[in-house]
Write a protein that binds this ligand. Sequence first.
Ligand SMILES: C[S@@+](CC[C@H](N)C(=O)[O-])C[C@H]1O[C@@H](n2cnc3c(N)ncnc32)[C@H](O)[C@@H]1O
Length: 131
Amino acid sequence: MIPADVLNEASRLALAAGVKILQGFRLADTDAAHVARLLDYMQPEAGETWVDIGCGFGEVARLMHAACPDLNFILVNNNYFQLSHAPRDFLQLHADMTTCRWRTKAPMAACCCMRCAMPSRLRWRCAKPPA
Ligand SMILES: C[S@@+](CC[C@H](N)C(=O)[O-])C[C@H]1O[C@@H](n2cnc3c(N)ncnc32)[C@H](O)[C@@H]1O
């Protein structure tokens, strides 16, 4: 685990350098094209709520929402500095993804853009609410 102060400083430097998507592996040359490819993998449906697990600065969700305004996002990150720079338009959860428990009857989908090279792991749909 990266110590919080080290991650905070790296995040601050990234932001200062204009790096808003914290993903080394990119699916395209620009942020917008990268996110468009992610949307292709996800195939979201109108009105869905997606949980962005490990959302970084929330830039992926912001760009997805710009492309598909009828999607809603919930941002999850255990790094407060990054989350504090994420868009306020979405519900933000400062939480550890490994201990999150979802208690909702609403169908939701989740994306985790930590492994973009592995699209099959990018999307999970909750067919029924988790117990
Ligand atoms: C490689 S970055 C990807 C960030 C974002 N998905 C993007 O594409 O810009 C990994 C992200 O996961 C977050 N993260 C790592 N471990 C986490 C955990 N246990 N719970 C919640 N977030 C976590 C980090 O703080 C960071 O924002």
